[in-house]
Design a protein around this ligand. Structure first.
Ligand code: ATP
Ligand code: HMH
Length: 271
């Protein structure tokens, strides 16, 4: 039996709800062997980010080499990359290994406002990493930065997706978690030809820490299993909906989602 394997290239969240920790949990829940290349250590809990300790770019590149030359990588996702140097090293390795199932979550700012990407790294993200992406998953503020425009409506979201697609990713997903104007959470997808939406009911909760990390990790896990990109995004949407609906209510602030809820629901339905 061939074992699907996914690699996350991202930052560590000591609180366990976002970053590397969310990614590995998500891979495991979806039946995929998880591996990591850590780019930065964050000091973080549900109350916010108290510290950021980036690693040298070589550390990310060498971890990717170690994993890529030995275990093999069926899909890779990137999260917090912090600097232009790290982005260039990571993009270089993805290109050298020829990895195709690449999910780029263009993490810029944590929900509490702490910067997880230096301002001068945005050009490297757009020009070095996006051309290698099968899927890029900005939230609305990240899409505004990548597209260089304000997003106040679904029409503007479509225009932003069109502009982001011009950097080369095969699919753009602009997530709707930040658009509180509707009782639905609506994610927009654009594959270079057509637009589509994925919807879930909007859950009234503050426990949404790491939703973006979890969503993109679920896409990568599904791609690692060989599923087509449309299906991968649909499953990821169901995974994050279950995780938010059944959030754990731990910590004093914006708590983590429930990474095992999707599997529990499936197992319950099968019984
Ligand atoms: N309150 C909510 N109810 C239902 N779905 C939500 C809610 N908030 C976010 N989502 C979904 O979660 C996924 C992540 O979206 P979001 O816009 O929150 O990402 P993000 O801001 O990058 O997250 P983070 O920065 O915490 O990692 C999307 O599929 C979105 O629709
Ligand atoms: C390490 C890390 N990556 C990404 C995010 C965005 O949710 C976060 N809060 N922390």
């Amino acid at each position: 039996m061939s074992i699907p394997k996914a690699l996350t290239v991202a930052g560590s969240d000591s609180g366990g709800g976002a970053g590397i920790q969310a990614d590995i949990k998500t891979f495991q829940e979806l039946g995929v062997f998880g591996m990591s290349a850590i780019t930065a250590i964050t000091v973080q809990n549900t109350l916010g980010v108290q510290g950021v300790y980036p690693l040298p770019a070589a550390a990310a590149a060498e971890q990717m080499d170690a994993v890529g030359t030995d275990l093999g990588v069926d899909a890779v996702k990137t999260g917090m990359l912090f600097s232009a140097d790290i982005i260039e090293a990571v993009a270089g390795r993805i290109a050298d290994f020829g990895w195709r199932n690449v999910v780029v979550d263009p993490v810029m700012v944590a929900k509490g406002g702490a910067r997880l990407l230096q301002q001068d790294a945005v050009d490297a993200l757009k020009n070095k990493l996006l051309p290698l992406a099968a899927v890029v998953t900005p939230n609305i503020p990240e899409a505004e930065v990548l597209a260089g425009m304000a997003i106040r409506s679904m029409e503007e979201r479509c225009e932003a997706a069109y502009r982001i697609a011009a950097y080369g990713p095969a699919m753009v997903v602009i997530k709707g978690g930040h658009d509180e104007s509707s009782d639905k959470a609506v994610d927009l997808t654009f594959d270079g030809e057509s637009f589509s939406t994925l919807e879930g009911s909007r859950i009234d909760t503050r426990h949404t820490h790491g939703t973006g990390c979890t969503f993109s990790a679920a896409i990568a896990a599904e791609l690692a299993k060989g599923n087509p990109v449309n299906e991968a995004v649909r499953t990821a949407r169901e995974f994050i909906q279950a995780a938010i609906e059944n959030s754990l209510g731990i910590g004093g602030g914006s708590g983590p989602t429930n990474h095992w809820a999707f599997r529990s629901q499936k197992e319950g339905a099968a019984r």
